[in-house]
Ligand binder design. Structure first.
Ligand SMILES: NC(=O)c1ccc[n+]([C@@H]2O[C@H](COP(=O)([O-])OP(=O)(O)OC[C@H]3O[C@@H](n4cnc5c(N)ncnc54)[C@H](O)[C@@H]3O)[C@@H](O)[C@H]2O)c1
Length: 321
């Protein structure tokens, strides 16, 4: 396989650091670009000697073009991934998810106008909003996001497709289901674990517990992204990345409690926002994944197996701290 110089923005974060591991395993040269706002250098401590680390910010960097020199491919993973924050702060996702993506694409088209780097983008199931078709396929429409986060990712997807067409940037967009696994710094398992560490007798669960969502393990997720990126022939593609199944949210507290070996925990449902966890939360999410599976990738763990493994990994990560 041809050795390439690959940039991973957000490579010090949860998903990004696993992507870095998988790319190094394939023998690629990896440049991590991260401002460490959500990521941690510790996530890369085992491979710091094997990568180039650029600690800069996509929003404020005045030499992004310099960082992109000799880069063949960019996995753009950096973002503010917090869906909840948008109900209070409407700017953060515009800045971190739209402007940061625009700045990166603008630098990419200028660094080598005749041969720009190719591009993979980590988008989200939240671009579909409350879809009326479940599992939701990639060509579902109209796309009506209900969170600032989902809206910002959809806006970024649109900017990417225009840059792809106008400047010959080969690009792919990956719409993830919920991704969990070791090095998580947010998400339902992380939240439940921390709440139970504070009070092992009671667990508050956002929403009515009847939400249905699909989960994918981070190792399956990054394998899918790399596989589909390597396989891509057309100039622009988008893929859902998830599992074929889903779990009901009320199944998850029991999985966490068992992994933490707790007994007699009272589960308290908040009712949330129209039964969903919070304003902007999509209550029912499951993705049609036939398209990415047709590229030859398959996941190892279904949603429940994913959650069971991920909570054990999170517990073990946090014990090591
Ligand atoms: N975790 C999930 O369940 C999930 C689901 C769907 C989509 N995604 C997407 O996957 C990607 C990774 O998410 P994650 O869960 O690993 O989050 P994360 O917060 O762990 O990773 C994001 C990384 O980007 C970096 N970053 C943020 N803003 C930056 C900036 N302006 N300049 C440089 N670096 C910056 C952070 O420091 C962090 O290391 C995000 O794009 C997110 O929207 C995640």
């Amino acid at each position: 396989m041809e050795r390439k110089r690959i940039m991973v923005t957000g490579g010090a974060g949860f998903i990004g650091s696993h992507l870095v591991d998988a790319l190094l395993e394939k023998g690629q040269t990896v440049v991590v670009y991260d401002n460490l706002s959500g990521g941690k250098k510790e996530f890369l401590s085992h491979c710091m000697d094997d990568i180039e680390f650029i600690e800069r910010d996509l929003v404020t960097d005045d030499d992004l073009i310099g960082s992109l020199k000799d880069v063949d491919h960019v996995y753009h993973v950096a973002a503010n991934p917090d869906v909840r924050v948008g109900a209070d702060d409407t700017w953060v996702s515009v800045e971190q998810n739209i402007i940061a993506t625009y700045n990166l694409l603008e630098a990419m088209r200028k660094v080598r106008p005749d041969d720009p780097p190719s591009f993979s983008f980590t988008s989200t199931s939240t671009v579909y909003g409350n879809a009326t078709v479940l599992p939701t396929p990639e060509d579902y429409g109209p796309l009506i996001p209900i969170s600032q986060y989902g809206a910002s990712k959809l806006a970024a997807e649109a900017i990417i497709s225009a840059f792809s067409d106008n400047f010959g940037i080969k690009a792919s967009v990956f719409r993830f289901a919920n991704v969990v696994g070791s090095r998580s710094t947010h998400g339902i398992l992380f939240d439940f674990y921390h709440k139970l560490m504070k009070d092992p007798s009671r667990l508050e669960i956002l929403g009515d517990g009847l939400q249905r969502k699909s989960y994918i393990h981070v190792s399956d997720c990054v394998k899918g992204v790399i596989h589909a990126t390597d396989d891509q022939e057309s100039p622009f593609e988008y893929y859902n990345v998830g599992t074929r199944d889903y779990v009901e949210i009320k199944q998850i507290p029991q999985i966490v409690v068992e992994a933490m070996e707790l007994d007699n925990v009272e589960f308290v449902y908040t009712g949330g926002h129209k039964g969903a966890g919070w304003k902007g939360d999509v209550k029912f999410m499951s993705l049609a994944v036939d398209k990415i599976i047709s590229t030859g990738w398959e996941y190892d763990l279904d949603s429940k197996q994913t959650l069971e493994l991920a909570i054990r990994e999170i517990i073990s990560d946090l014990k090591e701290v």
